[in-house]
Design a protein around this ligand. Structure first.
Ligand SMILES: C[S@@+](CC[C@H](N)C(=O)[O-])C[C@H]1O[C@@H](n2cnc3c(N)ncnc32)[C@H](O)[C@@H]1O
Length: 86
């Protein structure tokens, strides 16, 4: 998946055309999930990966709602607004 670097690409990464499937594997996710937001309703499972332990730990902290986990709520709302349908 292309990484979103501006509003247009964040909102359209996987929300146009027929990009969908069972499993999406994001290689080099970093510590972030914003790049996956447009895909989360198009794929049943999303696998994140990263070379760096620290990035994987950050993602795991978010997944488990651990203390200090980044709150993506505002970003999720923004992407939903851009997509105009959720
Ligand atoms: C430029 S960052 C992009 C992070 C995120 N995808 C984004 O769009 O914000 C690239 C990431 O890829 C990871 N990376 C680099 N080489 C990798 C490899 N061979 N396998 C997995 N991850 C890798 C780095 O640790 C880094 O977090």
């Amino acid at each position: 998946m292309q990484n979103g670097r501006n509003d247009t690409t964040i909102g359209n990464n996987a929300n146009t055309g027929d990009v969908k499937g069972d499993i999406l594997i994001d290689i080099g996710s970093g510590p972030t999930i914003y790049q996956l937001l447009s895909a989360c309703e198009k794929f049943n499972k999303i696998i994140v990966s990263d070379y760096a332990d620290r990035n994987r730990q950050e993602l795991e902290k978010w997944l488990k709602k651990g203390p200090g986990a980044f709150d993506w709520t505002l970003v999720v709302k923004y992407v939903c607004k851009l997509e105009g349908q959720r």
